[in-house]
Design a protein around this ligand. Structure first.
Ligand code: NAD
Length: 352
C-alpha cells in the first residue's frame, strides 16, 4: 500500500515485561504508521514506566484498555496462560491482536482464539518471529532454489541460560510456574523452532518422539521446578523428512540458535558460525557464505519485524505472515512432544 494512503493505527500493549520493553514498545515507536495509545500491566508501575518512556496512558485494567476507542490494535505480552483470554477478549472488543508465543496453554483455547478471529474478522497474528528473520527468509529461498538438492534431514537448536535472567520477575518468574507457563523450555524456545521448521520446509510436522527433563532449574525453595528445562525431540515431517530439535535453558555458554539442513548436494548451516549467517558446503568441494543479518540474542535485541508486519497486515487487510493456524499447529507439536515424553512413545501431531 502506498505510504500516502496509510493512516496511523492506535495500539496498546497488555503485559509490560521484558518482551514489551525490548521489542513491542520500541518497534511500535519506530513504525511511522503506529501510535502508542497506552499500556496495561497487573503491576501499575510497569505500565506507568512504559507510558512515561513511550507516551500514552497507563490503564488500570485490561477492560479499560479495551474500552478506549483510540485503541485499534493490542499486543498481548502477558504470561502464556493469559494469551487465550486476553486475545479473545480483545478480538471480541473489535481490536486487531498480535499475540506472543506460545499461542495458548491448550489446543482447545487456541481453537477458541481462531474461532474469535473468524467470527470477528479482525487480525490475529502470532509472535513467532523466527520466520521473519531475514537470514531465515534467505535460507528458505536457497532451499527452494535447490541450493543443497533434495532435503534429506534437518536439525535445529535453541539453547540459552534460562528465563530467570530475562523476565522482569527474575528468579521468581512465572516462566517456572506450571499454571502460568503451561510448558517449560519446550514452550518457550521449542515453539520458535517448531514454527521455524514448519516454515523452512513448507510442511507440517506429523509425528514426534521426545524426552523432557528438568536438570538444573530450581524454585525459590531450592527444589527442581516441575517444568522441563531441557527437551530433546525427534520428528518426522508429513513428507517423511526426519529432524531433531534440542532446546535448553541450561546452556550456560554462548546462546545457540542454529539450524542445519542436509541435502543430496550438500549441507546448509544457519547461524552455526560466528562469522557467517548461512554457510552452504557442497559435496563437490565448493562452499558459499551468505551475510544477511544476525539473529537477536537475549543480550542483543535486533528489530524482529513482527510489529511492522502486524501493522502492515492491518493496513492492507491481508493475511498475517504468522496466522492463528500457524500458532495452533505449532502448539500441537508442543502437546505431542509433552505427551510423547510422558508415554515413551511416538505421538501423532493433532494438526488443524
Ligand atoms: N517472541 C519472542 O521471542 C518472545 C521472547 C520472550 C518472551 N516472549 C513471550 O512474551 C510473553 C511475556 O514474556 P516476558 O518475557 O515479557 O515476561 P516477563 O516476566 O518479563 O513479563 C511479564 C509481564 O506480564 C505482567 N502480567 C502478569 N500477569 C498479568 C495480568 N493478569 N495482566 C497484565 N499483566 C500481567 C507481569 O507483571 C510482567 O510485567 C510470554 O508469553 C513469552 O513467552 C516472546
Amino acid at each position: 500500500m502506498p505510504a500516502e494512503t496509510k493512516r496511523k493505527i492506535g495500539v496498546a500493549i497488555a503485559g509490560c515485561g521484558q518482551i514489551a520493553r525490548t521489542r513491542h514498545a520500541p518497534e511500535y515507536q519506530a513504525n511511522p504508521f503506529a501510535e502508542i495509545v497506552g499500556f496495561f500491566d497487573m503491576d501499575p508501575a510497569r505500565a506507568e514506566a512504559l507510558a512515561a518512556q513511550y507516551g500514552g496512558v497507563a490503564y488500570d485494567s485490561f477492560e479499560a484498555l479495551l474500552a478506549d476507542p483510540r485503541v485499534e490494535a493490542v499486543s498481548v505480552c502477558t504470561p502464556n496462560f493469559l494469551h487465550g483470554p486476553h486475545a479473545i477478549q480483545a478480538l471480541r472488543a473489535g481490536k486487531d491482536v498480535l499475540c506472543e508465543k506460545p499461542m495458548a496453554a491448550t489446543l482447545e483455547e487456541a481453537q477458541r482464539m481462531i474461532d474469535a478471529q473468524r467470527e470477528t474478522g479482525h487480525v490475529l497474528m502470532l509472535g513467532h518471529n523466527q520466520r521473519l528473520v531475514r537470514t531465515h527468509i534467505r535460507a528458505k529461498e536457497l532451499l527452494e532454489s535447490g541450493a543443497i538438492g533434495d532435503i534429506l534431514s534437518i536439525q535445529t537448536n535453541f539453547k540459552h541460560s534460562g528465563p530467570e535472567s530475562w523476565s522482569v520477575e527474575r528468579g521468581g518468574t512465572w516462566f517456572f510456574s506450571k499454571n502460568k507457563a503451561a510448558f517449560g523450555v519446550l514452550g518457550d524456545l521449542g515453539s520458535h523452532k517448531f514454527d521455524l521448521v514448519r516454515y523452512l520446509l513448507g510442511d507440517e510436522i506429523q509425528r514426534i518422539f521426545a524426552t523432557l527433563q528438568t536438570l538444573d532449574k530450581r524454585d525459590a525453595d531450592g527444589n527442581l521446578i516441575d517444568l522441563d528445562d531441557n527437551a530433546i525431540c525427534v520428528f518426522k515431517m508429513r513428507s517423511g523428512i526426519p529432524g531433531t530439535m534440542i532446546v535448553s535453558w541450561t546452556d550456560y555458554g554462548l546462546e545457540d540458535n542454529s539450524t542445519v539442513v542436509y541435502g543430496t548436494k550438500g549441507t546448509m548451516k544457519i547461524f552455526a558460525s560466528e562469522l557467517d549467517d548461512i554457510v552452504v558446503d557442497l559435496r563437490d568441494g565448493t562452499s558459499a557464505r551468505h551475510h544477511v543479518g544476525r539473529m537477536s540474542t537475549n543480550a542483543n535485541q535486533i528489530s524482529s519485524g513482527i510489529v511492522d508486519a502486524f501493522i502492515e497486515t492491518i493496513q492492507t487487510g491481508g493475511t498475517p505472515p504468522v496466522t492463528g493456524l500457524d500458532g495452533r499447529n505449532t502448539l500441537a507439536c508442543l502437546e505431542a512432544a509433552k505427551k510423547s515424553s510422558e508415554t515413551g512413545t511416538w505421538v501423532e501431531v493433532d494438526l488443524g
